[in-house]
Design a protein around this ligand. Structure first.
Ligand code: ASP
Length: 371
């Protein structure tokens, strides 16, 4: 369906949520600005939201500042493994790739999956072969590896061998697998014991989804690092990139691309490329891209959670903050979100010390390192 433009186009990008050090601040700001310029040029000329988010994320993948494309974090065996997803909220089409090692721009492979395949998601060598069969060059994995990342991996592995906990993105919870809302099973009881009592009772010490305080509130002991007396958790670099857009015709699109987490086990896939987790778009709801500790984000299907709230009437600004509160309160997770509704209202939120972001509207471009 074609129509004359009816909306002011909007493009929002992020370059990861973590404790961006001062000496990396300028590179993050200029990286998101370059992505905005490229993506917004497409929107300003009447192009689609899908083309704009793909172009913006391609720029971010090509920029070694970010944990996407060349310069990504390394797996525990020293390789780059990339995940990316793209979604068109008008056609409700999605394309994703995961664990690809030989593609310079996985977001472009995701676009090929979206356009040229009846399937939605390809992984590993199958994804690479699919992309190659549609003209994408296959490169050597070493071309994606930076010496900076080799050093960062060695450092992480040394910390691990020294028994230091990896607190990347985690709060005060030891991990996200025991938020203490499970009903305890009495191991003495035999399977098949009568009645519901074999499930026992459990006490929730974490709030559930309906109770979502301010993300920066210090009411929860796990959030104390927001006050200056408590040292923050170790927010190691997490520079996943993402873009969301509304085009002049009213279509929404979203894209997210990542090298994943530092020292990840080969084959691990995070939230970024999973539909409804790190990325989602639906013209009837909203477009979203997330960054942060992937395991809790994917268990909460947080992207869809946030877009559902917008569809139900929440302002994106509120829904974005609620999503980050929910991530923390339910599973102790840290991260950031960009969220855009079909009427052009948007929300950005993070509970990490910083998140690189950029916003382009007809009034101009803005970038920042925290919200
Ligand atoms: N969410 C990404 C992952 O877990 C990491 C990030 O956002 O930086 O793979």
């Amino acid at each position: 369906m074609t129509s004359a433009p009816t909306h002011d186009p909007i493009l929002i990008v992020h370059g990861g949520a973590w404790a961006i050090p001062a000496d990396a601040a300028a590179a993050h700001q200029s990286g998101v600005r370059n992505a905005l310029e490229t993506g917004y040029r497409i929107l300003a000329l009447g192009g689609s939201a899908l083309d704009a988010v793909e172009a913006a994320v391609t720029v971010l993948e090509d920029d070694p500042t970010f944990d996407a494309g060349r310069g990504s974090f390394l797996t525990s065996d020293g390789r780059v493994q990339l995940d990316a997803l793209l979604m068109d909220g008008g056609r409700m089409k999605a394309g994703g790739v995961a664990c690809v090692e030989r593609l310079r721009n996985p977001i472009q492979a995701a676009r090929l999956v979206l356009e040229k395949s009846p399937h939605v998601y390809f992984v590993g060598p199958g994804a690479e072969q699919f992309a190659a069969s549609h003209g994408m060059p296959l490169i050597d994995n070493a071309d994606l590896v930076l010496p900076r990342e080799r050093e960062r991996l060695l450092d992480a592995q040394a910390r691990q061998s020294a028994g230091l906990a990896d607190e990347t993105f985690s709060g005060q919870l030891a991990d996200d697998k025991d938020p203490s809302t499970a009903f305890k099973i009495d191991s003495e009881k035999k399977l098949g014991a009568p009645g519901p009592s074999h499930l026992g009772t459990g006490e929730s010490k974490h709030r559930l989804s309906n109770d979502v305080p301010d993300p920066k509130s210090t009411e929860d002991p796990g959030q104390n690092w927001w006050d200056s007396k408590t040292p923050p958790p170790n927010f190691d670099s997490h520079d996943t990139v993402g873009a969301i857009a509304l085009d002049g015709h009213g279509n929404l699109a979203a894209a997210t691309s990542t090298g994943g987490t530092l020292n990840k086990t080969p084959g691990r896939v995070g939230d970024s490329s999973l539909i409804g987790c790190g990325c989602y778009a639906d013209n009837l709801a909203a477009a979203v891209s997330l960054t942060g500790w992937g395991e809790p984000i994917m268990k909460l299907v947080l992207g869809k959670w946030a877009t559902d709230r917008v569809a139900a009437g929440s302002a994106p600004e509120i829904a974005a903050r609620e999503a980050i509160s929910y991530l923390y309160n339910r599973l102790g997770g840290h991260g950031g979100i960009i969220l855009l509704g079909p009427d052009g209202r948007f929300g950005l939120a993070h509970n990490t010390p910083a998140m690189a972001w950029g916003l382009a509207t007809p009034s101009g471009l803005q970038t920042g390192l925290s919200v």
